[in-house]
Design a binder for this molecule. Sequence first.
Ligand SMILES: Cc1ncc(COP(=O)(O)O)c(C=O)c1O
Length: 393
Amino acid sequence: MSVPQPPEPIPGARLLFSLDPAVNHLNHGSFGAVPIGVQRAQQRLRDEMEANPLRFFTQGLTDRIAHTRRHLATFLGADPDGTALVGNTTTGVAVVLQSLGLRPGDEVLSTDHGYGAVSLAIGRECRRTGAESRVLPVPLAATDEEVIQTVRAALRPGRTRLLVVDQLTSATARLFPVAAIVGVAHEQGVPVLVDAAHVPGMLPTSVASVGADFWVGNLHKWAYAPRGTAVLVVAPQWRERIEPLVVSWEQETGFPARLEWQATLDYTSWLAAPAGLFTLRSLGVDRVRAHNAALAAYAQRVVGDALAVAPAHLPDPGGPEVAMRIIPLPRGLATTVEQGRALQRRIAERLAAEVAVMSWNGQGWLRLCGQVYNAPEEYERLAVRLPPLLAQR
Ligand SMILES: Cc1ncc(COP(=O)(O)O)c(C=O)c1O
């Protein structure tokens, strides 16, 4: 197996961010980082809002939101008429779940790679409606074909009212073959919600070609948008059945305005989101993707070597653009979510490095991301300093 080389840095990219230079920020995936230019764009919108709140909210705001929605949808290869802006992926998932009209005897099927908060939302909606939540185990090393066959075998037509599957998983940084999974689910008449929280900006995407009933993704992670910016893309047959969490003045206008207008909120994050895409395009979308993925692969190898993990045991995300990678931690570390959080905090405090520590199926994992503001030396430093810290249990 060849040793991945660190990529050439993108000159000046670090200066676009206001990140604390005393810290190594190696976890872009959790909450993103907003470039300074995007922060300024949002601040200008807030200044406009505060100069005349009445005019800002009542003259043209819904048109500006619609314009932004079309811009973001086009970037993602989604049908602009089937796209709604929402605050985050969690909200998009909640909107879908509560619009399904689940009943006793129904089930929602998801995988054990699903995001924790999404699993909690599925659990609550199932408890509320008397439906069942079933979690399908998918081995980390399963091939795409095995994943597809596992899902196919687990579907119960007539009973499975929704399949929830991640396009790129959070805990395991694994790409799932979502278009093929949607295909097998649809063969059996099962609707699919794709959790694509990490996809916008990171992966080249044509949402339309995934073919899901529902696709939800964050712009505030890898597309440099201000936090609070996500899209929910809905297939035509569902659009009039989708209900917002909060009923407000656009309720009678129908999809997507009824989802977007959630009463008096700060909508400036949405309006500034195109500035995030502008930053991405200015740096070069393909160049950023190639850089980030190469850096994440390098990080995985450098830190994996330091933890004495054989290259064969470093999970492959399954795609060339994936900018996050996981490394198994020594046995017994971070075997629960709470222990993972405590270790993550200890690494932040003692090593001044922000990383993600995940617990998945009783095994602790370190997740590292690559971003344009990162340099290979940051991971090399972590590789030197992490083993002694882990040894002090
Ligand atoms: C796979 C996945 N789904 C959902 C979410 C939730 O995103 P948000 O907090 O923006 O709702 C995340 C966040 O990291 C995620 O990784």
